[in-house]
Design a protein around this ligand. Structure first.
Ligand SMILES: Cc1ncc(COP(=O)(O)O)c(C=O)c1O
Length: 406
């Protein structure tokens, strides 16, 4: 008798089935496979990875107390590294954060997942910016919740809409990226940060502030994170991915006292602790080198790459395309005239061996058709020029195709 082949379909959890696929990771696989110029992924420029300093730091870690380093460690993370992070916030914002409130995570992506573990039950609702980071949408989707988006204006989230949606959906929390947002490149203004802080307090709404890009600015602004204005109601996440390298998979969370023990349990259940060798390596790298000099190099390279991309995009993309002009981070957001659908355009771009992320990916309700996210950090100025020319050809072909169809 021929039996049906085994399938896990009936065994998989509903939560697992609810996890959204990541267009980005799929596209990254394509970009790695061929001679495509990718403006799609959010990759840093590998030429700026501090390879020799990392090697020296690793040598030091492994020659000084290696047995301890190779042992299991505390769940909260390597204390000297947490102290370094606290000191960094103090030097930037003159606000004291206790290392006790900092947890080292496996990248800020893990911080988002732990946030989900802390707060979310099936059927809950959360709010986030429109458009928003797809990695967060993916992380939160694992908790079988509903997500509602609130328009992101040129100076931060729309507070009027936020207020309306708070009343309508009674959300568990608001998730937002206040500096050089992914995907839009937008940063919250000083005024909006203050008004948001006031609204969070008035509404008693927790805020998850995802801040991996704040040290990657082009001209110094260092606006204070909203979380430091309302620490009791916020979770602030940071990352070493853009400051050092994403391959080291390290970041942190700052939480108030009231969440500490819950977060520690969630972290223990997840992975016991973040890789101990890597934590010590980062600490050595940070203390044996001049991090500001290193960041200065990244900032000036990315600034130049952003200027190059913006200049070329303005000449190669259709007239009346609108662009953001970010003062940091990794992305430019372009909104093409209404006759362009970037989810269709991407097929023509792929044929020309250039890719971007269609805007729709960052919206939950099918909007964003006319927009695209362009990454400027992972391509040299020459590549940016070649990529923009290819995009121009793709746009011509797309327009011809459309007019033939009409
Ligand atoms: C807004 C945002 N949050 C979190 C992450 C995840 O970063 P990490 O490498 O620290 O996990 C990214 C990565 O691009 C991001 O853009």
């Amino acid at each position: 008798m021929k039996s049906q082949p085994f399938t896990y379909e009936n065994f998989l959890s509903e939560n697992c089935k609810a996890i959204r696929s990541s267009f980005l990771r799929e596209i990254l696989d394509t970009a790695e496979m061929s001679d495509i110029i990718s403006f799609a992924g959010g990759l840093p420029n590998p030429d700026l990875f501090p390879v020799s300093q990392i090697k020296q730091a690793l040598d030091r870690v492994m020659s000084e107390g290696a047995k301890g380093t190779l042992q299991y460690a505390g769940s909260q993370g390597f204390l000297p590294l947490r102290e370094w992070i606290a000191e960094r916030y103090y030097s930037r914002f003159h606000i004291k954060i206790s290392p006790e409130h900092i947890l080292i995570t496996n990248g800020s992506q893990q911080a988002l997942d732990l946030t989900g573990k802390l707060f979310l039950d099936r059927g809950d609702c959360i709010l986030m910016e429109k458009p928003s980071y797809i990695g967060a949408i993916q992380a939160f989707s694992a908790y079988s919740i509903t997500m509602e988006q609130v328009t992101l204006e040129y100076d931060g989230i729309s507070l009027t809409e936020l207020s309306e949606k708070c009343m309508l959906y009674n959300p568990k929390f608001l998730y937002g990226i206040t500096n050089y947002q992914n995907p839009s490149g937008i940063s919250y203004s000083h005024e909006k940060r203050i008004s948001l802080a006031e609204m969070l307090m008035a509404r008693k709404l927790p805020f998850i502030e995802d801040d991996p890009y704040s040290e990657i600015y082009f001209t110094k602004t260092d606006e204070m994170p909203v979380s430091l204005m309302v620490p009791e109601q916020c979770v602030l996440t940071g990352s070493f991915s853009k400051m050092i390298s994403p391959g080291i998979r390290s970041g942190w969370m700052i939480v108030p006292d009231s969440l500490r023990s819950y977060l520690l349990k969630a972290k223990q259940a997840s992975d016991l602790h973040t890789n101990n060798i890597v934590q010590q390596l980062i600490y050595r790298f940070l203390t044996d080198n001049d991090i500001d000099e290193h960041l200065g190099r990244i900032r000036s390279h990315y600034h130049h790459q952003k200027e190059t991309m913006l200049r070329l995009a303005k000449s190669y993309l259709p007239v009346n395309t609108k662009f953001t002009n970010p003062n940091g981070g990794m992305f430019i957001w372009a909104t093409l005239p209404n006759e362009f659908d970037t989810s269709e355009l991407i097929r023509f771009a792929l044929q020309q061996k250039v890719i971007f992320v269609p805007g729709k990916t960052f919206f939950l309700n099918g909007e964003g058709n006319h927009s695209m996210r362009l990454n400027f950090t992972n391509s040299s100025p020459d590549k940016i020029e070649e990529g923009m020319k290819r995009l121009h050809t793709a746009i011509d072909l797309y327009m011809n195709h459309k007019s033939v169809k009409v």
